[in-house]
Design a protein around this ligand. Sequence first.
Ligand SMILES: [Zn+2]
Length: 344
Amino acid sequence: MLIRLGRLQGTFRAPQRSLAYSGSVPTAINAPPLPIHPALTGLGILERGWLSSNNVLVHGDGAGATLIDTSHCLHGALTVELVRRALERAGSGERLARIVNTHLHSDHCGGNAALQRAFDAPLYVPRASWDAVQRWDEDALTYRASGQRCERFCAQAALAPGDVLATGPRRWQVLAAPGHDPDSLMLFDDDRGVLISADALWENGFGIVFPELEGEQGFDDVAAVLDLIERLPVRVVIPGHGGPFTDAAGAIERARVKLASFRAEPKRHTRHAAKVLIKYHLLEERQQPLPELMQWMQQTPLAQAIWRKLDRPERTIDAWVQSLVGEMTDSGALVLHDGVVYDA
Ligand SMILES: [Zn+2]
């Protein structure tokens, strides 16, 4: 079952015959007759719009279901409802047996707390992030640096590269996927050729390479992970954002082209990251007066680091933000009206 939720930011309305959404959601979504690759049988894929990552519900054939990634905290209630309905559709009173995070960016783990309240399921996080979660270190977890929101949660178990995660009939190899995030994991079902790639590989690209923004190596890791994926017998990729796709080789090729352009001109990656940071913030806030956005950027360590890395463009952060917002309104990513910046 694959449900596309598009630019889903609004409220959930109890379905009539099929899933439907209202509020600020621009599109009514029906449970669609989308083509489903045979390798995806038994997986519920909730494809979410930006801000929230996709959720993958792995049905367990009596062993309980496993939910992989939980989206952003702003959509927590909706994610709970979507998972509840997906479990109901599976029939036989299937329970949620565990929650797994590929990595702990706020758009992948923000629903953890709400999901755990609703389903009382143990949470598995990457072992490399375990200590930071236990002491809720918002610096190590990057929420403070990136100025992003994430409701506090507790983890009960850890997964490390080399582990095998059993979810009913499926066995998932746990793979390291550093680059976008040093601690990120991917999951690969060798038997069926299904790769849950998180933000290491999308159909068109990959997530921002955060270590590079802080002066650490990350591009080599991205390249190594693409090489790793290329060696796997992948039939279908379920990325952290966007729909599942079967042409892994094509996606790897496109990712390598993008990576090469970032390597050739690292500032291109850095400038792109600045815009992603602003866009993500506006997805969280929906709208913000320009002076407040400037103030937020001034107070956000990652924004400061990016500005310094770009050799302090426009001389002040305020002027830099103004020019970025100008570019982003020109491209249609944002709208500026009466001094207020809106997500477009
Ligand atoms: Zn991420």
